[in-house]
Structures are given as structure tokens and as C-alpha cells.
Ligand binder design. Structure first.
Ligand code: HEM
Length: 499
């Protein structure tokens, strides 16, 4: 017994030693494999510029540099060797990846590992059967008229009772500058929580309270996005293993997200879920596993908040620079609604073709999701002749595609809603030329809901307020992240238009 006790520390340290040695060897070999795949020694001009970030001397954002490279490439496809990434703005390639050979271009393990701590088995982060099940459930729910009308009622209530009063409270005051991006993020967060969980975080109440869930969720998604920018995934994996630096913060934020999400699920169960229209209640009827429900719910938060807020922010930024387009939208609203109506009906929104075109045009120039990567399962050749190697990434780039002269013509830099209209009616183009909502088998499921939300805001705000944007310069700067976010927000002054 005495011997047993004295041997114990020795045994313990030998196990730790073996574990430690195994971890080091495993990391070393994984690093070697990774390096073989991505060629970090590449000294081509593009990789050199990428590594030294010297693109920043000429371009405001990484996406602007990629756009420049893509429009100068004869095939509209480029390689960043050190990232093992093929980037394309070629519609034929996009159609091939998203539709024709969909199975060869899944999200893949590399992407899902980066986001798995936050998104778990949620729809954004899975392929195969898990994806099929959620896709089927979610498309049934989001496609149903009852759910759409329910979502519309939520959005109109949030607009009428929170957004408009908040804007009126700061209107015509020279020193009341507000950050419109922050207002839209709060607005979209309240809406998606009500639509997804049937619970109201009240982030747009007059005192602008910050929800703990929103803050933890923001931190977690920002830190997950920085994982993708690490030169090697091993860097963040080792940091995670040692619970160090940004990984330690991420772990803390995710723990809080989990706690709050569990609380949401618990409350929903307590209140009873049958007969409710929110998405969580509907998923609860089919799924029993709380962890899986949490993953589903978190994916919807990610899908529905930042995208809509981003789309609205750049829309109002562009309108401030294009007053003729704003006047045309105002004229269409006046023509479609009675003077005493503040909030449009679902039917009235459907008839506003110029507004619809203006939103599409705004997201052409500033798509909320600027790029999206897939993973190559088997060696393949894209329609433009580009060879893509098994295990590497292929990225389609909606931001660059919105600026390709070959797709939009020589006036591609202009904000011109008219390009979407034929005889006054909105006319869409192929989603593979305009993959703002993606396209093919994984096309966005919330597209209609998002457009209704954005139109409701535009129709309620434009006739009543003039938004004075206080940003110098013509090119917005974006934060690195999963969704396009303006660095420094969108500071504005609000003027109430006297009727
Ligand atoms: C302007 C607003 C929006 C834009 C630009 C947008 C764009 C996108 C894009 C690019 C994807 C593909 C992402 C990927 O596969 O990595 C996507 C997927 C998705 N979106 Fe949206 N989205 C918007 C709003 C919404 C809203 C409001 C909801 C739900 C309430 C939603 C639900 C979804 C879902 C569930 C998917 C996953 C589809 C799948 O993987 O099968 N989206 N969206």
C-alpha cells in the first residue's frame, strides 16, 4: 500500500508525459501534412502580398483586393496558395459547385471544425443527413404562409412600437448622433428571437439595454471568425487545448451562450410549445434532444440577425448617396399607400417593385455574406478549366461578383435599381450570377422573410425621416467576420420630414 502510494505520482507523471509526447507528435505530423497541402513556401506575387498584408496600401478591404484580382483574371478565378484556397467569381463555376456537383463541394470538416463549438450540429455547420433533416423541417416551416404572416406581424410591431419611436426621439436634434448599424442589429435581434423562440429580448427599448445573449453571441461569432484567419488551424487548436488567449475568451462566451440558450429552451418547454408559431416550438415537436435544439436555435440567430442588419445598414448608406433613387422609392410608397397609413400591409409590400429592385441593387454592391467557402471532396476540374485538389477550399465571392463588368456591364459601379426592372416589374437574374442568398440546393431559406423585414423598415422610415449619414469617403471599411459589418458603425443624424 505504501509502495502503491509512493508510485502513484510517478505513474501520473509518466501518463502525463506520454499524453504530452503524443500531442506534440500528433501536432507535428498534422502540421507537416497541412504544410504539404497549402505550400506556405509559395513566393508567387499574390501569396507574397497576402502574407505581408501589403494589399492594404492600395485597397480599403481584403474583399476589394480580391475583386481587383478576380476582374483581372481571364477566367475570373484566382488561387491563394498559402491558404489552399481557389477563389472564383465565375458564374459557371458557382453553378457547378452549388448545383451540378453539389456532393463534391460540401461545407466540409475544416469549416465545421472552426464553427462547431458555437454552431454544433446546426444547419449551417453540417452536411449529409443532419443537414437534410433540418433543411426539410426549416423549409416546411419558413415556407408556410402561417409562419410568414406571424413573422410579418412581429416585424411590423417591432417597427411601429420600437424603431419609429426611437428614431422620432432623436430626430431634429443636432447633437443626437446615433449608430444606425447598432439600431438595426438590435431591431433584427429582437425580431429573430421573437420569430425563433417566441421570446422578446427588448434590445430596442428606449434605454437600449444590451442583451447578455446578444453580447456573448457577438463575442463568440467574432472569435470563431478569427480562427479562420489563423495561418494554420493548429494554432487555434493548440490554444484551445491549453485554454489560452482568444480561445479562453471564446470558451467563456460559448458557455454563456449555452446557458442562455438552455434557459430559453427550458422556458419554452414550461410555457408549452403546442399551438405556438415560433420556430423553436415547431422544432420541439419533432426533436427531443436539448443540445440539438440549442444548435438549431443558434444557427437561426446567426442566419437572421446580422445578415438583415447588414443589408439595411448599407441600403441606407447608399440611399444617402443616391437621393434620386430615394425620391423614386418615396414616390412609389406614396402611390401604394394611403396618407394616414404608417405601416404597409403584406400585399402592399409585394407591389413595390422599385423598392424591391433597390434592395437587390444595394446587396449587389454590399452583400451581407461577402464570400462563402466549400471543401473539395475529390480532385476536380471547374468549368473554366481550373483544377481543384481534394482537401482544398473553393470560395465563391458574391462581393466581387457584384462588381464584374462581364455580368453587369460598364456601369457596374453605379447604384442603379433600374437595371432590375423590365417595364416597371422586378426581374431577377440567375442566382449563380447573383449568389447573395447563395443558390442551388442550399439556397437561403430566409430570403423572403428577410426581404419583407427590410421592405417594412424602408417603407416605414423613408416617408417620415431623412437620414443624414456622417461618414467621410466613398468606400466603407468592413470588420473581418462572418457577416459584413461596417467598422465604426454608421453614425447618422435623423431629420423628421414635416408632412
Ligand atoms: C439579407 C438577409 C440574408 C442574406 C443575405 C442571407 C444569405 C444567406 C447565405 C449566403 C446563405 C448560405 C450560407 C452558407 O451556406 O454558408 C444562407 C443560408 C441560410 N439562411 Fe440566409 N440570408 C439572409 C437572411 C436569412 C434569414 C432572415 C433567415 C431565417 C430566418 C435565414 C435562414 C437561412 C438558413 C436556415 C440557411 C441555411 C440553408 C442551408 O444550409 O440549407 N437567412 N443565407
Amino acid at each position: 500500500m505504501v509502495i502503491g502510494i509512493s508510485l502513484w505520482p510517478l505513474l501520473q507523471s509518466s501518463v502525463s508525459f506520454r499524453f504530452f509526447s503524443f500531442t506534440i507528435c500528433f501536432s507535428f505530423f498534422s502540421m507537416l501534412l497541412f504544410l504539404m497541402r497549402i505550400r506556405p513556401w509559395c513566393s508567387c506575387e499574390i501569396c507574397h502580398i497576402y502574407l505581408r498584408s501589403s494589399w492594404a496600401t492600395k485597397f480599403h478591404n481584403l474583399c476589394d483586393w480580391y475583386t481587383h484580382l478576380l476582374s483581372n483574371s481571364p477566367s475570373q478565378t484566382i488561387h491563394i496558395h498559402i491558404l489552399g484556397n481557389t477563389i472564383t467569381a465565375n458564374p459557371d463555376n458557382v453553378e457547378y459547385m452549388l448545383k451540378t456537383r453539389f456532393e463534391n463541394y460540401p461545407k466540409g470538416k475544416a469549416f465545421s471544425t472552426i464553427l462547431s463549438d458555437l454552431l454544433g450540429r446546426g444547419i449551417f455547420n453540417v452536411d449529409g443527413d443532419l443537414w437534410k433533416f433540418q433543411r426539410r423541417m426549416a423549409s416546411y416551416e419558413l415556407g408556410s404562409l402561417a409562419v410568414r404572416l406571424h413573422a410579418f406581424q412581429i416585424v411590423t410591431a417591432e417597427t411601429q412600437h420600437r424603431l419609429l419611436p426611437l428614431l422620432a426621439s432623436v430626430a431634429n436634434r443636432q447633437d443626437d448622433i446615433i449608430d444606425l448599424q447598432d439600431v438595426f442589429r438590435r431591431f433584427a435581434f429582437d425580431n429573430i428571437c421573437k420569430i425563433s423562440f417566441g421570446l422578446d429580448p427588448g434590445c430596442l427599448e428606449p434605454s437600449l439595454p444590451m442583451s447578455e445573449l446578444a453580447v456573448a453571441f457577438d463575442t463568440a461569432s467574432r472569435l470563431c471568425a478569427t480562427r479562420a484567419t489563423a495561418a494554420s488551424p493548429l494554432i487555434w487548436k493548440i490554444k484551445r487545448l491549453l485554454n489560452f488567449g482568444s480561445e479562453r475568451k471564446l470558451k467563456k462566451a460559448i458557455l454563456l451562450v449555452n446557458l442562455l440558450a438552455e434557459e430559453v429552451i427550458r422556458q419554452r418547454r414550461k410555457m408549452g410549445f403546442s399551438g405556438h408559431h415560433d420556430l423553436l416550438s415547431r422544432f420541439m415537436a419533432a426533436v427531443d434532444d436539448n443540445m440539438y435544439l440549442r444548435d438549431i436555435v443558434i444557427s437561426f440567430l446567426l442566419a437572421g440577425r446580422d445578415t438583415v442588419a447588414s443589408g439595411l445598414t448599407t441600403f441606407f448608406w447608399l440611399l444617402a448617396k443616391n437621393p434620386e433613387a430615394e425620391s423614386k422609392i418615396r414616390a412609389e410608397i406614396v402611390q401604394s399607400m394611403e396618407p394616414e397609413e404608417q405601416i404597409p400591409s403584406y400585399e402592399q409590400l409585394k407591389g413595390m417593385h422599385y423598392l424591391h429592385a433597390a434592395l437587390y441593387e444595394s446587396m449587389r454592391l454590399y452583400p451581407p455574406v461577402q464570400f462563402d467557402s466549400k471543401f473539395v471532396v475529390e480532385d476536380d476540374v471547374l468549368p473554366d478549366g481550373t483544377f481543384v485538389k481534394k482537401g482544398t477550399r473553393v470560395t465563391y465571392h458574391p462581393y466581387a461578383m457584384g462588381r464584374m463588368e462581364g455580368i453587369w456591364g460598364s456601369d457596374f459601379q453605379q447604384f442603379k435599381p433600374e437595371r432590375w426592372l423590365k417595364n416597371g416589374l422586378f426581374t431577377p437574374i440567375s442566382p449563380f450570377k447573383y449568389p447573395v442568398f447563395q443558390g442551388g440546393l442550399r439556397v437561403c431559406l430566409g430570403k423572403e422573410m428577410a426581404l419583407v423585414e427590410m421592405k417594412t423598415v424602408a417603407v416605414s422610415m423613408i416617408p417620415r425621416f431623412k437620414i443624414d449619414v456622417l461618414v467621410n469617403g466613398h468606400v466603407p471599411k468592413f470588420e473581418p467576420g462572418l457577416t459584413a459589418t461596417l467598422r465604426g458603425g454608421l453614425p447618422v443624424l435623423v431629420h423628421e420630414i414635416s408632412l
